[in-house]
Ligand binder design. Structure first.
Ligand SMILES: [Mg+2]
Length: 415
C-alpha cells in the first residue's frame, strides 16, 4: 500500500449549509440565530440546521424545537427550501470547479479534490482562492471549512477541526500525532456503538487506538473495516471500496398455524421491518424488494423495483403489492413452508442524501423522518415498541435473529 509523502487531498465542508444558504438568500436572517426546520408552523419538530449565531447559543441539528427555543429564545425558525439548497449546491460547485476540479461530491455540502504539485506546496493559497471566489461570486454568508491531508479520510477529519470558515493542514510528518487529542466522535468510522466497544476493550482514547496493530483493529471491528481504518489513520492512501453489500434479508420457516398466504403476511411484514431496520442501521437505501415463498410443492418469487428508499412505509406498501401477486400465483391448496424477504440494489445514505435533495421528494422525507423516530424509540427501549401496522410474532418467536456464518446478528435482530 502506498504511503504519500506530501499532501494529496482536499476535503471541503460548508458550514451549517442550509442555514447559511437561507441567510445568503434572505437578508433579514443575516447575523441572526436561525434554525431550519422540516415544516412551517410545527412546534413539535426538530432543527435540521442551525446558523453559527444559533450554534453559539448551543442550538444543534436534530435538537427539538422546544429545547432550541429554550436555549435561544430569539431563534428564527425557517422551513426548509430543498430547491434553494439544490440550486445553491450547483452554483457553489461550479465556482469551486473553476479553481480546482472536484473529484467527488460526497453530499449536498461536502466534496473532495485531488491536489496537483503546485497545490500541494501552497495549500493556504488554494484555500484562500476557493473562499474568496465563493464570497465574491455567491456571497459572504455561505462559508466553508477546508482540510488538507495525505489521504481523503484524514482530510475529512482535518476539515472539521476549525469550523466555521477554517483551514486545517495536516502534513504527512504530523500523522498520527495530530490525531491524539481528538475524541472518537471526530473520526468517521467510529460510531457511538463502536466507541462503547472500544472503551469496553480498554481502548480509551485515540492514542490507545493508534498504538494498536492493523490486525488488532481488524479484530475489534470483526471485519476488514477496522484494518482499513488503521491504514487511513496512519496516512496510507486507501481507496474506499465501491458499495459492497449485495443484499440484506431475513427468512423464516413458517409455524403450522401460519402456512396460508393470509396468515403468513404478518410474518412477511415483520421480516421486512427487521431487514429495513438493519438497512437503515448500516446507512443504506434499497432499490429492490425481493420476496420468495416456498411451499411443500414449489418455489415462488416476486420482485419489485423501488426508487431508492429506506422507510418502512415504502417497503410495506411494496410488500402489499407483491403479496397480491402471490395470491394470484400460488394455488389455494398449496401449503406454505418458508418465507424470505430481502432488500437489494443497495446504496449508501451518503450517496443518496444528494439525490434526495435533488428530487425534492417531500413525502418520502416525511416518511423517513417518521421511520427514524420509530427506530430511535425502539433502540431506546431495546425492543419493537412501535411499528407501522401490526406486530405479532409467530409462535416460537425468534423472528430473524438466527446465527449465520456470514453475519453475527445485531442485538436488534432479536427484538
Ligand atoms: Mg456541513
Amino acid at each position: 500500500m502506498r504511503k504519500p509523502d506530501t499532501l494529496e487531498r482536499l476535503y471541503l465542508d460548508f458550514d451549517g449549509f442550509f442555514a447559511s444558504v437561507e441567510q445568503q438568500a434572505r437578508p433579514y436572517l443575516r447575523d441572526k440565530p436561525v434554525g431550519v426546520v422540516p415544516f412551517e408552523g410545527v412546534e413539535t419538530t426538530a432543527i435540521i440546521a442551525a446558523s453559527k449565531e444559533a450554534k453559539k447559543m448551543g442550538v444543534k441539528s436534530v435538537m427539538s424545537v422546544k429545547e432550541a427555543k429554550r436555549l435561544c429564545p430569539s431563534l428564527l425558525l425557517v422551513p426548509q427550501s430543498p430547491d434553494l439548497y439544490r440550486r445553491a449546491h450547483h452554483a457553489l460547485l461550479a465556482e469551486i470547479n473553476a479553481v480546482i476540479p472536484v473529484d467527488a461530491v460526497k453530499s449536498i455540502d461536502e466534496l473532495t479534490c485531488r491536489l496537483d504539485t503546485e497545490q500541494r506546496n501552497f495549500p493556504e493559497k488554494l484555500s484562500q482562492a476557493i473562499k474568496s471566489r465563493l464570497a465574491e461570486n455567491i456571497g459572504p454568508y455561505i462559508s466553508c471549512s477546508i482540510g488538507f491531508a495525505p489521504n481523503r479520510h484524514l482530510a475529512k477529519i482535518a476539515c472539521k477541526q476549525d469550523k466555521p470558515n477554517g483551514t486545517t493542514i495536516w502534513h504527512p510528518h504530523q500523522i498520527p500525532d495530530v490525531l491524539y487529542p481528538l475524541p472518537f466522535s471526530d473520526i468517521p468510522g467510529i460510531g457511538r456503538r463502536m466507541e462503547r466497544r472500544l472503551i469496553q476493550k480498554g481502548v480509551l482514547d485515540m492514542r490507545d487506538l493508534l498504538n494498536l496493530q492493523p490486525k488488532q483493529m481488524r479484530k475489534l471491528w470483526n471485519n476488514v473495516t477496522g484494518e482499513r481504518l488503521w491504514y487511513a489513520l496512519h496516512g496510507f492512501d486507501i481507496q474506499t471500496p465501491p458499495s459492497d453489500r449485495g443484499m440484506i434479508g431475513h427468512s423464516r420457516v413458517l409455524p403450522p398455524e401460519a402456512r396460508t398466504l393470509k396468515a403468513a403476511e404478518p410474518i412477511a411484514r415483520m421480516l421486512l421491518i427487521k431487514a429495513a431496520r438493519r438497512l437503515r442501521n448500516q446507512q443504506y437505501y434499497a432499490g429492490l424488494l425481493y420476496v420468495s415463498c416456498r411451499t411443500f410443492q414449489a418455489h415462488y418469487s416476486q420482485k419489485l423495483s423501488l426508487p431508492d428508499v429506506c422507510d418502512d412505509q415504502a417497503f410495506l406498501s411494496a410488500l402489499k403489492k407483491l403479496w397480491q401477486k402471490f395470491s394470484t400465483l400460488i394455488p389455494k391448496h398449496e401449503t406454505l413452508s418458508q418465507l424470505s424477504v430481502s432488500l437489494s440494489n443497495l446504496h449508501k445514505a451518503s450517496e443518496r442524501q444528494l439525490d434526495l435533495l435533488l428530487l425534492n421528494d417531500e413525502n418520502r422525507q416525511q416518511w423517513e423522518n417518521v421511520t427514524r423516530a420509530v427506530d430511535h424509540l425502539n433502540a431506546r427501549y431495546g425492543k419493537s415498541l412501535i411499528t407501522l401496522g401490526s406486530w405479532q410474532p409467530p409462535s416460537g418467536g425468534n423472528l430473524g435473529g438466527k446465527i449465520a456464518y456470514t453475519r453475527i446478528p445485531a442485538q436488534e435482530d432479536f427484538w
